[in-house]
Design a protein around this ligand. Structure first.
Ligand SMILES: Nc1ncnc2c1ncn2[C@@H]1O[C@H](COP(=O)(O)OP(=O)(O)O)[C@@H](O)[C@H]1O
Ligand SMILES: [Mg+2]
Length: 267
């Protein structure tokens, strides 16, 4: 395993990122920095642009304007080949675990190792066992995804995401669809992995509880704009009416879902 030296320098920066889909600004002039080793949470209502922001950070989509600097390199400008190389230092854990049903858990976790390294089978086996024990799944190597629970599938997806010792792991709604206890276990796991492996975590979620439990810092987005950023304590006391409405779940305030739904139907 590589030893990472991580002193809280900036590892990822978004600068004035803007993206337009079908004439609508889905991401609107967003800038922020993520520090090495921190758990950075992007929270906001459904449809606010969280997943789209995440997809910019992983290089899945390119912005119309602005830059996305990963360790100083603008991934919005580099060639696909260079991007593929940068992406080897990413782990990605999506809303659905995205495991291949026809492969066992250990075969799923082995995929990135077989694709991106020339490690011998015995070494791959050792790495798989190590990653599965980090996510609490030792002993489930030969199970198929359909034979384990939803929470376990998410953890297996996570073992696969950390197979190559990534610098940054991106999570899209890691606790969605999980009951509160399994969600709590998943939160603890994300936090533990960040600390134990010195991984930078970028987590997109609309789950307020989860956000406050795991975040070192939280960025709130609304209609593609960054409306607040700070530590959980700062966010709790933010004067932003968007933040206050979101954290108190108030039906009235500047977030008007009825208006937004009507707008998106009209578009
Ligand atoms: N490829 C796309 N084409 C058109 N509109 C899109 C596309 N991807 C996302 N959107 C729109 O962008 C907005 C933000 O979506 P998304 O980032 O998925 O929100 P969130 O993850 O916060 O729920 C939504 O209105 C969505 O319909
Ligand atoms: Mg989303």
């Amino acid at each position: 395993m590589s030893i990472k030296i991580c002193h809280g320098q900036t590892i990822l920066s978004l600068r004035n990122v803007t993206k337009v889909f079908q004439g609508r600004k889905v991401i609107d002039d967003v800038s922020f920095d993520v520090k090495c080793g921190e758990t950075f949470v992007i929270m906001g209502c459904s449809g606010s642009g969280k997943s789209t922001l995440l997809r910019h950070m992983t290089g899945a989509i390119r912005p119309d304007q602005g830059s996305i600097l990963i360790k100083g390199k603008d991934i919005a400008q580099i060639s696909q080949e260079e991007l593929d190389d940068v992406r080897k230092s990413f782990g990605m854990s999506f809303q659905y675990s995205a495991l291949l049903d026809s492969l066992t858990i250990q075969e799923n976790v082995a995929l990135p190792l077989r694709e991106h390294t020339r490690l011998a089978d015995e070494i791959i086996d050792i790495i798989i066992k190590m990653k599965l024990s980090l996510v609490g799944l030792r002993g489930f190597e030969n199970y198929y995804p359909s034979e384990i629970s939803g929470g376990m599938r998410k953890r297996a997806g996570l073992a696969r995401a950390i197979a190559l010792d990534p610098d940054i792991v991106f999570y899209d709604e890691p606790t969605s669809g999980l009951d509160p206890v399994v969600g709590g276990i998943t939160d603890k796991l994300i936090k533990d992995l960040s600390v134990k492996l010195m991984i930078t975590s970028v987590v997109v979620t609309h789950d307020l509880n989860s956000a406050f439990k795991i975040a070192d810092r939280i960025a709130m987005v609304h209609q593609g704009k960054l409306v607040a950023i700070g530590t959980p304590e700062e966010i709790k006391h933010s004067i932003s009416p968007y933040v206050q409405q979101f954290i108190h779940g108030s039906p009235t305030g500047p977030i008007d879902l009825f208006k937004e739904q009507k707008l998106s139907i009209e578009q």
